[in-house]
Design a protein around this ligand. Structure first.
Ligand SMILES: [Zn+2]
Length: 362
């Protein structure tokens, strides 16, 4: 049965206020009035609603204006609503319980045996997570769709229903996003990429993946297998069965340290190292040309060890991208490095959970 319009409106306003405080931190009622475009009495009603439900509290905070009178701040209660986030890597599972407003309430990690199968990884996750958190979200490196990892070079998994593995081990439901998409959501919500409408995040781990988010939201189909875009039709054989995949061509640069070593060597006049960096930059730029043409992002972030490659070989990346992308797609494109570093994927996994929780309140 449809809810009456007034009830509907009140729910929507509550969700909007909670989202505003969650994303932007403590604010005065006057600031909320302006940000949400609601009148003062509505703000007061909604704030006391949310205080009653335990989601927010009012505190005497910073002083404002020349009078120096402390103003009352409205802020989230972190423990009122939390999301359990995990990030699965080849060698470990990391867990964070993140509260409303973005505060990290708990943190833990467990080491994994090399080549651990999905049920073992899920069991390790279960040991960390427990029952806390209103939503549980996992970030997994690879091509992910609707809870299933279609392919992960890093984990060696193919067509694995990771959501089901995690549910069986923990007795609760899970959302699964790929690591690159999670990091993109993290950089958009808690980093400095919030101006990007379509944000493409490139993740360099033991495989190369990418995630496209629109207005900071994970999209079904936004998980991209960057590493298996063919850049050399007669190139090296790839583990996936194709030839000349980006991942196979860039094999020599599996880790950030390799890039750093090559950069140092190139700087000291090592021609082979300089050539290798340039070639890898060009291969990456060409693969990106295909992704940019297909998806039309306005910002690209180079994450994981691709950050080091981009910092060492920005010119070849840019020129190869320029040679493979339409000018109108290129002109508005910003290329940058992420600011959250290693925390991006966990942060973004949690934000994906919060987006779902706040949507449910509307
Ligand atoms: Zn491949």
């Amino acid at each position: 049965m449809a809810r009456p319009p007034a009830v509907e409106l009140r729910r929507r306003n509550r969700a909007a206020m909670l989202e505003q405080l969650h994303r932007h931190g403590p604010q005065t009622r006057a600031e909320l009035t302006e940000a949400l475009g609601l009148n003062r009495s509505t703000i007061a009603t909604i704030a006391s609603d949310l205080a009653e439900s335990g989601h927010l509290q009012e505190t005497t905070g910073r002083s404002t204006g020349s009078a120096g009178r402390p103003s009352t701040l409205v802020e989230c209660v972190p423990k009122a609503l939390a999301v359990a986030a995990i990030e699965i890597r080849a060698d470990r599972v990391r867990f964070a319980l993140i509260g409303l407003g973005g505060e990290v309430l708990e943190r833990a990690e467990a080491a994994l045996e090399a080549g651990a199968a999905a049920p073992e990884v899920a069991a390790a996750a279960a040991g960390l997570v427990g029952p806390s958190g209103a939503e549980a979200v996992a970030a997994v490196p690879g091509l992910v769709d609707a809870g299933t990892v279609a392919h992960s070079t890093e984990l060696g998994w193919t067509d694995r229903d990771v959501a089901a593995d995690l549910a069986a081990a923990t007795g609760r439901e899970w959302r699964v996003v790929d690591t690159a998409t999670a990091a993109a959501v993290g950089e958009w919500s808690r980093g400095d990429a919030h101006e990007a409408t379509k944000l493409l995040y490139l993740h360099g781990g033991r495989g190369l993946t990418a995630g496209l988010v629109v207005e900071g939201r994970a999209q079904r189909g936004g998980s991209i297998q960057l590493g298996h875009i063919v850049v050399e039709p007669n190139g090296r054989e790839c583990a996936c069965g194709l030839r000349g995949c980006l991942e196979a061509e860039m094999e020599a640069f599996g880790y950030a340290e390799d890039i750093e070593d090559a950069t140092v060597a190139a700087g000291m006049g090592d021609a082979a190292a300089r050539d290798a960096l340039r070639r890898s930059g060009e291969d990456l730029g060409r693969a990106l040309g295909a992704v940019v043409t297909a998806t039309g992002p306005d910002e690209i972030l180079f994450g994981g060890w691709l950050r080091e490659l981009y910092l060492s070989a920005a010119a070849p990346v840019r020129s190869a991208l320029a040679g493979t992308t339409l000018p109108h797609l290129r002109s508005r494109l910003r290329l940058r490095t992420p600011v959250l570093g290693d925390e991006g994927a966990l942060t973004g996994a949690a934000e994906t959970g919060f987006a779902a929780l706040i949507d449910q309140m509307r």
